[in-house]
Design a protein around this ligand. Structure first.
Ligand code: GLU
Ligand code: MG
Length: 453
């Protein structure tokens, strides 16, 4: 039992010290949506009034155990008969409360069991544990999630036409982009760049890097801010890996850099090519070694595997490259004025079906293992990888959700980091969802998932 039966954690109380209902109302927030991301990558939410914020931050609100086995299609992945039994407490992190538009705020939540311990299936707690391991090893990381999405008007037309990345599509989508940028700021997300992407209606936003938990929270906030523009503009966002049969995929790339004592270990060794220190190299090698299992975390949707193909800037083979957009793991040297701080590695494999907490935590675990084993990256691939895949013996990324589930199940490293129960649950969710998807043909699958994320 918790020491103080009114509060799961003493820090819950300090966290809300001074935050009164009036403070929240003064920020224009009457209602608060508390989010958590499930193992299928869906962001679920429960909402409270400002008057209940203090109570929720100390005691949490009820949330069912079953969320650990929810699929992206709202099916449940097992038939044990216990799906309906058991509750957790969802506790909003009011330090990250943001919003204040149309009377609404948002805060990310942590899930605790009924005795006040972090719940085994709480993915935000998993990321906190991995971040603590990183700190114990003497490192820090900066991360940011870069989103692509498809925007559609109320008439069912793309919100902008092509040419890709053009000034004319920027003019066409200007009012929408302004609304989205304003909303991102309201939800505490700093926009670095926003523009129309390659395909009709495709948009992209990149945001400032932050520590891993803040970056994952920002990922949730980014999608939420963009979704809230829908009722106001009539433009609906689709974060599905593929939104139109004739469009390119939507990625959600994770940019990472490894730091110690204020130095970016991805770019601060003047003696080595690219500036990549031996520790930065081992960290990346550890991530690359787990890439097929990481793909299972980052690509939770049956449609994810339609996105991963050669010649689409997503990558289909396990390899890395220097500024090579056809490799799923891309080293970015950054321009001279921003070196070494701006140097980073981009995990391109994921899309918006990725749970950002699981993904960031798993990247940390894989990188730390690479450091512990002192392994090194192979040579970078500087050409479209399918042209040299046979010669170099490159492995394919998983080709579908079932293969991804197998890759995750086989990863002892992620099993250790996630804990057996969470690991098993994610594998079960992937398999359950793959079985449901097998009932649908290509068109039906696209329709079923188009607006899910
Ligand atoms: N749209 C591509 C994807 O699905 C990425 C394009 C880019 O490199 O920005 O990941
Ligand atoms: Mg892009």
């Amino acid at each position: 039992m918790p020491a103080d039966s009114t509060c799961f954690r003493p820090r819950c109380l300090s966290r809300i010290a001074g935050v009164t209902e009036q403070d929240i109302l003064d920020r224009g927030i009457e209602l608060i949506a508390i989010s958590f991301v499930d193992n299928a990558g869906l962001t679920r939410a429960k909402s409270i009034t400002a008057a209940k914020a203090q109570a929720a931050a100390t005691r949490g609100v009820g949330s069912p155990h079953a969320f650990s086995i929810f699929q992206g299609d709202d099916g449940m992945s097992t038939a044990t008969g216990f799906e309906a039994v058991g509750d957790t407490r969802l506790v909003p992190d009011l330090d990250r409360l943001a919003g204040g538009l149309e009377g609404w705020g948002w805060a990310p939540g942590d899930l605790y069991d009924q005795d006040g311990e972090p719940w085994d299936f709480c993915t935000r707690s998993f990321l906190k544990r991995q971040t603590a391991r990183l700190a114990e090893a003497g490192f820090e990381m900066k991360m940011s999630y870069e989103h692509e999405w498809y925007a559609e008007t109320s008439l069912g037309k793309p919100a902008h036409s092509t040419p890709a990345y053009s000034l004319s599509s920027t003019a066409e989508a200007a009012a929408y982009m302004r609304e989205v940028a304003m909303r991102l700021a309201a939800f505490g997300v700093t926009v670095d760049q926003i523009h129309p992407e390659y395909s009709h209606g495709q948009m992209e936003v990149s945001v400032a890097a932050a520590d891993p938990v803040a970056a994952a929270d920002n990922c949730v906030a980014t999608r939420h801010a963009i979704r809230t523009a829908w009722p106001v503009t009539g433009i609906r966002p689709s974060f599905a890996p593929v939104s139109r049969a004739d469009g390119l995929g939507n990625g959600c790339h994770l940019h990472v850099s490894l730091w110690r004592d204020g130095k970016n270990l991805m770019g601060s060794d003047p003696q080595r090519e690219l500036g990549l220190t031996s520790e930065g190299n081992s960290f990346m090698a550890g991530v690359l070694r787990e890439y097929r299992a990481l793909a299972s975390l980052g690509c939770a949707c049956p449609l994810s595997y339609r996105r991963l193909a050669p010649n689409r800037w997503t990558g289909a083979y396990v390899c890395w490259g220097v500024e090579n957009r056809e490799t799923p793991f891309r080293f970015i040297r950054a321009g001279k004025p921003t070196r070494p701080d701006g140097v980073n590695a981009e995990v391109k494999v994921l899309d918006s079906s990725a749970n950002p907490y699981l993904m960031a935590g798993a990247v940390i675990a894989a990188g730390l293992a690479g450091l512990a084993d002192g392994i090194e990256l192979p040579d970078p691939v500087q050409i479209e990888p399918s042209r040299v895949a046979d010669e170099l013996g490159l492995e394919l990324l998983p080709e579908n959700l079932l293969a991804a589930a197998d890759a995750l199940e086989a990863s002892q490293l992620l099993r250790g980091a996630l804990g057996e129960r969470l690991h098993d649950a994610i594998v079960a969710v992937r398999r359950g969802e793959a079985a449901s998807a097998a009932q649908l043909d290509d068109d039906a699958l696209l329709e079923a998932y188009r607006w899910r994320y």
